[in-house]
Design a protein around this ligand. Structure first.
Ligand code: PMP
Length: 462
């Protein structure tokens, strides 16, 4: 009912301008040095295709696709229209015990692009929620199967699975954990990041460098099984390719060996595909790119092209059936988990439009075509700075490791990102890395300009 339009004016971001310090103070920004930001605010007021537009009207190339989520570019008409139509038709529906058709349609569309067998989807509103949902499903699965002792969760050093308690507990990014005290009991595999100076192109070889060998790294899981016994272990969760740690690509043989060990020991294997899902690796999933099928797969980000918050967990049918067939009165067989915004109708509308565009434009193939160009270009940065210790890449993602600066270990990646922003390019810094993940719609010329600007920035580092 449009006559209910409020009489007060709600500003758009383009109408607001950086205000005074007090105005900026009220919003405590996540994963941001608030004092630094508020002294030098970087406000984005609009976006168009592969560009962010800042408060001064500058067009800044979106070199990380937002936060790895806007591969199709900003302002895609089909998504804008789907969201506008949906919000005007059904803006919200109760997520429990009642439903709306879009969630079922979206689950079907998603399943079409997942590895065979992963055909049941539970939705969440974010990647962090997807990780915690998957971990809870794993524990509950063994319990309904009569193996209640299988509760232990295993993640990996440098792993990122969002910021909720389950996800940070299995996660292995030290800075995200240490402030928060005790989490969920978890153990960790060693990370798979190659030693400094490796400069592998794409997927590292099976026996890359000394200890760094795919199968041997995965065999560390056997050590944890020996330590804890498989009868206490519910699941192993890894990103097939990790993004937040600075793009860590699995060595050949690694994921397959993890798969084999999990199968042998009745441990569920979860792939966190929040970054790798829906195109980034040049395939619909990391699972497809690396040829290994997990028991559960989490996704978020690109599923809606970042336009609405949506995530989820896809599981093998056997996992779903274990709950559906658990016995007792049908109406009482609820899986006691879910969110007010699970499968939000507006998010599902964005998801359907994004999935349709990914398919119509054949996004995975577009990424496969650009990946060799991107790879050659980013590896041409080798030698640009004595501080550049390694470059890793796969699909349309790359991570560069920079040496710590004396007394200020993480200063260089931060400086690179700030100088890139000043030059008109948005890239992300995280830990000791700088990360690139340009949109799938990037042209070769745009990739050239992005990496050239980064080269210039690296050469100017002292
Ligand atoms: N898992 C992975 C692999 C991620 O990269 C991220 C976000 N970068 C998350 C989970 C968390 O997703 P969200 O920020 O939507 O909670």
């Amino acid at each position: 009912n449009l006559s209910d339009t409020p009489t007060h004016t709600i500003p758009t971001s383009a109408e607001l301008r950086p205000g005074d310090a007090a105005w900026l103070a009220a919003h405590w920004m996540p994963f941001t040095g608030n004092r630094q930001f508020k002294a030098d605010p970087r406000l984005i007021v609009a976006a168009d295709g592969a560009y962010l537009i800042d408060a001064d009207g500058r067009r800044v190339f979106d070199g990380l696709s937002g936060l790895w989520c806007t591969g199709l570019g900003h302002g895609r008409r089909e998504i804008v229209e789907a969201v506008s139509r949906q919000v005007a038709t059904l803006d919200y529906a109760p997520a429990f015990q009642f439903g709306h058709p879009l969630s079922f349609e979206l689950a079907n569309r998603i399943v079409e692009h997942l590895p065979a067998g992963l055909n049941r989807v539970m939705f969440t509103a974010s990647g962090s929620e997807a990780a915690d949902t998957a971990l809870k499903i794993a524990r509950a699965y063994w319990r309904v199967r009569g193996q209640a002792s299988k509760t232990r969760l295993i993640g990996r050093a440098k792993g990122y699975h969002g910021v909720n308690f389950g996800g940070v507990s299995v996660g292995g990014i030290v800075g995200n954990r240490k402030l928060f005290g005790q989490g969920v009991e978890a153990d960790h595999l060693p990370h798979t990041q190659p030693p400094a100076g490796a400069f592998f192109r794409g997927q590292p070889p099976a026996d890359g460098a000394g200890l760094y060998a795919g199968a041997a790294l995965a065999d560390e899981l056997l050590r944890l099984i020996e330590l804890h016994d498989a009868s206490t272990i519910a699941a192993v969760i890894v990103e097939p390719m990790s993004g937040s740690a600075g793009v860590v690509v699995p060595p050949q043989g690694y994921l397959q060996r993890l798969r084999d060990i999990c199968t042998q020991h009745d441990i569920l294997l979860i792939f966190d595909e929040v970054i790798t899902g829906f195109g980034r690796c040049g395939a619909w999933t990391g699972s497809e790119a690396f040829g290994v099928v997990p028991d559960m797969l989490t996704f978020a980000k690109q599923v809606t092209n970042g336009v609405q918050p949506l995530g989820g967990v896809a599981v093998r049918q056997g996992i779903y059936d274990a709950f559906i067939d658990a016995g007792g009165p049908t109406y009482a067989l609820e899986f006691p988990h879910g969110y007010t915004y699970s499968a939000h109708p507006v998010a599902c509308a964005a998801g359907l439009a994004s999935m349709a565009l990914l398919q119509r434009d054949n996004a995975p193939e577009r990424v496969r075509a650009l990946a060799p160009v991107f790879e050659a270009k980013v590896h041409s940065l080798r030698g640009a700075s004595p501080h550049l210790l390694d470059i890793r890449n796969y699909g349309l993602a790359a991570g560069l490791t920079l040496a710590p600066a004396p007394g200020e270990p993480l200063k260089r990646p931060f400086e690179v990102a700030m100088r890139m922003w000043a030059k008109g390019f948005y890239v992300r810094y995280g830990g000791d890395t700088v990360q690139l993940a340009p949109p799938f719609i990037s042209t070769e010329a745009e990739i050239d300009r992005l990496v050239d600007a980064l080269g210039e920035t690296l050469r100017a580092l002292d």
